[in-house]
Design a protein around this ligand. Structure first.
Ligand code: PLP
Length: 354
């Protein structure tokens, strides 16, 4: 009688946790991390700053210094409110928890970021996926039809999208945001690698929430994400944020990192250059490489070969993500995070031997 299944909420009963592959000993090209270590000029100050942190005290619950530093570095407009999370994953959880009224749903294009569906399910928010169109373009008419039919509490668009890597047409995204009856979230996790950004839209839509993370910028281990948007929306979410969700070390390190924002953007620039080199080399090797505005490439290999090629790369010491067997639109696809030049060379050498 005391077995968990007798007591758990039904939606949790056969839910699997988010799977993280074991990368021990492998070149890690699976998780969209920035492959560069901390910018060298920052190391000493980083050590001194963290050594001075009063870890015996609770963090600043309002994270005032860090918020100021993030606003300044990223150019978040003064009129927008700001909420910080332990990674943007936590912000998604806060937002979906807030919106999961009985019968409420969210609408998002798919294939999309796996956490959208996972968190929606965990908090009891019905998930409605709308297939992307040709070449993974946002199917605006299908999105608008779903919005009209479902009246979702939340519409989510990752711009650029994961796992496809492309950025959607700006006007199509704006049309969808304008049509959302509730909150519209644009997840800009890959903004450091993209040509276009939506931060400037914050004054234009009263339902637009814009989320970013420092994870892809080079600080995945800090666990720090931010949500900017209209103050009435952010004030409404604040009670769900646990008071000390961003720890003292992250606050100190994040504040320092934002004072050196240009060094991180320079690394992102190097990653973009490597992305273009890797994309061209893989295309020459005869596979389909989808256009990317992110720090990874979606590659379509010959039909049926994705599992074998994924395993072959692992044998050669390289970890990439196999998307085959997931969403039908990414059948035969591998997702490759752009690494350092020498890591990308190792990938290309192994690719030639597959
Ligand atoms: C990686 C990723 C995130 C998660 O970021 P964290 O801040 O590390 O939790 C959010 N959204 C998308 C689309 C991502 O790919």
């Amino acid at each position: 009688m005391s077995a968990p299944e007798n007591w758990l909420r039904p939606e949790l009963r056969d839910m699997a946790p988010y799977a993280v592959a074991d990368a021990a000993g492998l070149i890690k090209l699976d998780a969209m991390e920035n492959p560069h270590p901390l910018p060298p000029g920052l190391k000493q100050a980083w050590g001194e700053r963290l050594a001075a942190v009063a870890v015996n005290r609770y963090p600043d619950a309002a994270a005032t210094a860090l918020k100021t530093a993030l606003r300044r570095a990223m150019g978040v407009p003064d009129h927008a409110g700001l909420l910080l999370g332990n990674g943007s994953d936590e912000i998604l959880q806060i937002l979906m928890l807030a919106l999961a009224r009985p019968g409420a749903c969210m609408v998002t294009p798919e294939p999309g970021f796996a956490m959208f569906a996972l968190i929606a399910r965990a908090v009891g928010l019905r998930y409605v996926g709308v297939p992307l169109g040709r070449d993974f373009a946002l199917d605006a008419p299908a999105m608008l039809a779903a919005i009209k039919h479902e009246r979702p509490a939340l519409v989510v668009i990752a711009q650029p999208n994961n796992p496809t890597g492309n950025a959607f047409d700006r006007d199509a995204v704006a049309e969808v945001v304008a049509a959302a009856p509730g909150a519209a979230l644009i997840d800009e996790a890959y903004y450091p690698f993209a040509e276009d950004h939506c931060l400037a839209w914050l004054g234009e839509f009263d339902n637009l929430l814009l989320m970013r993370t420092v994870s892809k910028l080079g600080l995945a281990g800090l666990r720090l994400g931010l949500l900017a948007g209209p103050r009435d929306w952010l004030d409404a979410l604040e009670p769900l944020r646990l008071p000390y969700n961003v720890n003292t070390l992250t606050q100190a390190a994040g504040t320092l990192a934002m004072a050196h924002y240009d060094a991180f953007l320079a690394q992102a620039g190097q990653i973009v250059a490597e992305r273009e080199r890797l994309a061209a080399a893989l295309a020459r090797a005869g596979v389909i490489v989808h256009p990317s505005q992110a720090n990874f490439l979606l590659v379509r290999v010959p039909a049926g070969l994705a599992p074998a090629w994924h395993a072959g790369l692992r044998e050669a010491g390289l970890l990439v993500k196999n998307l085959d067997g997931g969403h039908p639109q990414t059948a035969d696809c591998l997702r490759i995070t752009v690494g350092l030049a020498q890591e990308n060379d190792a990938l290309l050498a192994a690719w030639g031997r597959l």
